[in-house]
Design a protein around this ligand. Structure first.
Ligand code: ATP
Length: 319
């Protein structure tokens, strides 16, 4: 059985070098938060499974070939009645990238409970979920709810990255669906502006740091073991019942920030699989995130284990 199992929608992403309105050539890539994490964890030497649905088209075949070539165990279903989802990615500036989706009604969005059931039969130490899949369709939402409850019931590690996508649903819709799912997570991962989608928090009183601590405390009370907060170029932090840890980002030249969060998650979960402590998990997450922002592509630049030292070790400590 794999060390890590994840499932979701992967799409063909068409990347432009400049503004899309100016036309020009497009590069064909695989995009998908869960497959990004799958690639990251596989490159770091773990056994990884990915489940998803693709159309009966070259786009779907491309996705499967790419994931297999990264050594990922692919458990897919082909839906001949729908197309593989597509997105255009316009890197407008080094720091600003815009996505334009052509994914509504896609094959990948039809992922259902049976797909997930098949994938879960092989077991896995860690099940990694994202809020994106829950936003795709009612079937996909039920698949995430089912997988989270089942894996948690079987005593597996469940990692949930909130990964809010405003193009897919409103914050209120996301909150209503993700708050109950988060109860099953042992590891809850969010950007600093996403914590409020899974915890109520203290309202308007106090500063941002107080609000984060209050929301983290609420999640820990509900059974989450590690609340991981991503802060972009400001690094990342973890709240547990035992205290709070912070790591700065690894200083690099940022050329393409897409995929930094998924890379961080891959590094964090890889270190967890290796039995590293919280500080070690944060450190590997920050290193993998730094690889993602300082290389082109969502996942192409992710490190193999023997490449982690290329960006050096970063200090990390307890606060
Ligand atoms: P995205 O959705 O774009 O992938 P995210 O909000 O999920 O982003 P970020 O917090 O932006 O994730 O990035 C994840 C991690 O990657 C950060 O915690 C940090 O360690 C690293 N990182 C992000 N931006 C930079 C940067 N400019 N320089 C170095 N490291 C970075």
């Amino acid at each position: 059985s794999p060390d890590l199992l994840t499932f979701g929608e992967s799409m063909v992403s068409l990347r432009s070098a400049g503004p899309l309105c100016a036309g020009g050539s497009l590069g064909m890539h695989v995009a998908g938060a869960e497959s990004n994490v799958a690639v990251g964890v596989a490159r770091l030497g773990h056994r990884v499974g990915w489940a998803g649905v693709v159309g009966a088209d070259p786009h779907g075949e491309f996705i499967l070939r790419q994931l297999r070539s990264e050594g990922i165990g692919v458990q897919h279903r082909v839906d001949g009645s729908r197309s593989t989802g597509v997105m255009f990615l316009e890197q407008r500036t080094a720091d600003v990238t815009r996505a334009f989706y052509y994914r509504a009604g896609s094959a990948g969005s039809g992922l259902d409970r049976d797909d997930v059931d098949r994938a879960l039969q092989n077991g896995a130490r860690v099940l990694h979920l994202t809020g994106i899949t829950a936003a795709l369709s009612p079937e996909a939402r039920r698949a995430v709810e089912y997988a989270a409850a089942r894996a948690a019931g079987e005593g597996r590690e469940v990692s949930l990255d909130v990964n809010y996508r405003s193009k897919l649903w409103s914050r209120d819709e996301a909150r209503a669906v993700l708050t109950p799912i988060a109860r099953h997570a042992s590891i809850l991962i969010a950007s600093d502006d996403e914590l409020g989608l899974v915890a109520a928090g203290p309202g308007q009183s106090g500063g941002a740091d107080d609000a984060e601590s209050a929301m983290a405390a609420e999640l820990l009370d509900r059974g989450v073991r590690e609340v991981v907060v991503k802060r972009g170029a400001a690094g990342a932090g973890v709240h547990t019942a035992a205290g709070r840890w912070e790591t700065p980002a690894v200083p690099v030249t940022s050329i393409d920030t897409v995929g930094a969060g998924d890379a961080f998650t891959a590094g964090y979960l890889s270190a967890l699989l290796d039995g590293e402590d919280i500080a070690g998990r944060l450190q590997r997450g920050a290193l993998a995130g730094a690889f993602a922002v300082s290389t082109a592509g969502d996942w192409e630049g992710l490190p193999r284990r023997d490449e982690l030292m290329l960006l050096g070790a970063t200090p990390s400590g307890t606060t």
